[in-house]
Write a new protein. Sequence first.
Length: 245
Amino acid sequence: MMERAEDLRLSLSLSSPLIAPRTHHVAMLFHAPPEKRFLEMPLLPAAKRSEVVAAEEERAGLRGGGGSDEEDGGCGIDGSRKKLRLSKDQSAVLEDSFREHPTLNPRQKATLAQQLGLRPRQVEVWFQNRRARTKLKQTEVDCEFLKRCCETLTEENRRLQKEVQELRALKLVSPHLYMNMSPPTTLTMCPSCERVSNTNNNSSAAADRRGISTSTAAAGSSVVDTAADGGILCHRPIAVRPQQS
DNA sequence: GTTCCGTACGGGATTACATCA
DNA sequence: CTTGATGTAATCCCGTACGGA
């Protein structure tokens, strides 16, 4: 399942013209942990931010010897955000780790950060984005799946309506023949409302045939019942043989 | 110049924990 | 001592900005 998801290309657009005004949590600067403090001080000049981060990480012992801004993904002197591209090796390690646990505990985060020469915040962000990508892909897969379900059910609905129409016509034209015909394997009658429906209204049976979830199948069956008979059918199908006279 | 993807960020929501009346 | 209210920290997700291929 996940392999299938991984194969799909992302196609949904997340962009929107809405631009949220950015505000700052000044208070948090004094209480947040080092990496959080860095995040919450975007008004500081970039160079100053790098200094603070370096100092904090030095104190925390998270910084590898001789780590440069380049390696740390720091910002440029001009204040522009410096986009770092993680190396193939870094990405591979993160991917492996993600496959093991999609979420990180603080220790794992710190260990990974140290191992890869990244800030813990970068590791955290990478995992957040990775989870978001996974979710997006899964949503696409689900969407495709439901679309196919819908098409299948629509087709089946058409077929069943036609079948019902034919049976009604036959009953009108030659009731004798109708009563003597062998029971249609796919039709059942609800004992309470005495309406005929398809045996495979049994949700699980229908689901088995189509390979879709039971709830989806049940929803599809309701559509069939309502459309064909103009009423609500009970969902306890019982095989019924036309009475022999 | 445009598009897409990956990285980074801000902010809201939630949860756990500490403190205090 | 217990309990409810309140504050704080940590973390997650969502929406978005932005750099680079």
